[in-house]
Design a protein around this ligand. Sequence first.
Ligand code: SF4
Ligand code: SF4
Length: 652
Amino acid sequence: MEFPHFFLTQDLYIIVLILFFIIIFVLSYGILTLIKKIFNNFKEILDVLKSLRFNSLRNFFIYWLLQRKVIKTTRGWLHLPIYIGIIILFLGTVIRAIDYYFYKGLVSGFSYVIFKLFMNLGGFMVLVGLLALLIIRIKIKPSELTYTWVDWLFLLGLLYMIITGFMLSGIVTIKTDRPLWVDPIGYLFGMLIISLIEANIEIFYRILWLSHLFLSQFLIALIPWTKIGHWFFSFFNIIFSRKEISLIRPILDINKLVEKGENFGVIKLKDFSWKQKLDFLSCTFCGRCETKCPAFNSGKPLSPAKLIQSLRYALIKGKEDVIVPNLIDPNIIWSCTACGACVYECPVFIHQFETILDLRRGVVSRSENVPEQALATLNNVMRSGNTFGLSYYDRDEWINSLIEKYGVEYAEEGKEYDYIYWFGCNINFDTVQRQNAEALIYILRKLNFRIAILKEEMCCGEPIRKIGDEFTFQNNAKQIFDMLSKCKYKSLLVSCPHGYNTFKNDYSTLGYKINVKHYVQLLYELIQEGKIKINKKFKERITFHDPCNLARWNNIYEEPRKILENVADNFNEMKRIKTNTFCCGAGGGQLFYQIQIGERISKIRTKEAAETGAKTLVVACPFCYSMLKGDAEEMGMEIKDLAKLVAESIEE
Ligand code: SF4
Ligand code: SF4
């Protein structure tokens, strides 16, 4: 069997050729125009290409070719047949062109049969996927999806192309007396059409052929300018994505910038990095980030999806305005709790949070459009060294009592300790939370660990960095790193997951390597090693809230559960757990300022805890403790720190 090219349309051959060159030109023009919007010059492109590493290859295979992140949701699975089908159809079209122009006979005999069957399979997969997505859009109407004319044009346009493709193929198969099994689906479509318009089938075929051709070329030409451009840009976004989502890019030379009186962060679109601009053009408009965003789900004005899409639009249009407040309302960026759910969910590795952070940095550096309470927090840190702006006198007294009661020490140069226990602002200044820290010290001192405490602690920089004050953050980080470098210790022990993430990830991006451990890691190890002996188990029904900074930003979620298995008899999970945890609302600096719009995020989370029937809500984070305490108590639940629970369970 030979491949029948241009069946009944040989005279239209020249149209194909002309269209082909026009489309190549239009497509290249579109893509090059957008590439010019991403990069400042050719050298930057070369530098980026040079940065390709093994990680890029891995990302290509796992996340682009195998679509591992896309298939995390049901709708993602429905994209899979479309994705595979389009690849098959694309390769088939290329083979077909090679057969016609360069290597006649490539597709003939047995290879023709295989070719046709594969094209049938590809078309069928796309058809099924498109129909499923169409039904979802019409029947379920998920609110996170967009319903613009472009969405409908591409969805219905692709459907038209697949159906007409089958019709054209089927008519050829039947009219050239080929058997049904060579082109099963095409044959059925062909039979249907021929039975309907037998007399004028040749004219109909030519019209169908032309419409198929023109529509396909029209859609291809539109690709760069519509959201379908993600087919092209997301490929690069995936291969150039960072290894760890928790490594947030610092602003280099911040001291020089501030000395020169220059702004930092992002003020106009041109200030975004090439990667951020590539992020914007890669958005698939899937809305996954929005469905997981606690700010959006509590009625705040932030939708990470809409934010990225607005920036994409502004980039394409070449807008040169100051972004906040001219293009983006300040409440949008200040609603973010830095929970990372958007970043974690995005199938094409867009870092929505880093974009929000850069916009915050921009407004903070200009001291405009920053919530008053957030500004007050920054001033507190600059003036008093801590986020609450309180004197350390009271803390000194408390630590003296710890020295007396538990035998902890002030860290001294030259002495060696097992752990330096970093309290963090919440524990340093909240008398209730100090009891949680005491519980941990009690456990560790019972096991004779040498625990040291720093005489002078200052804000580790987490909330101020998240608010956008990169300058103070980097200066605090340097002072703390220098201070810790003088001490000898196995690990820096923290109770605060925010501090954990900051010491582990944020400091490392500045070149400050600190061996830090959150207490859930340590307690888990000690239980595993049999060093902690549990004497009594907690009987009441409890539930556990995963802090974003442990579970999502650092993949620490099994340790607290293993501890709970040992110390509690009646542990029940909430609906959203582990990396799918729902923020308490305190992150991104929001423990210190509030956006008074919509529902309180803490309330939503506490309701979820109450739905488990738990009488006690266990947490492992001082921020979560502060944020959830009031709501939990209102709903009749006690809030308890995990360290306290362990301490109670070892009492004799
Ligand atoms: S980090 Fe969390 S709160 Fe901020 S945009 Fe992403 S999902 Fe929303
Ligand atoms: S940013 Fe990512 S998750 Fe959000 S809509 Fe775009 S592609 Fe989807």
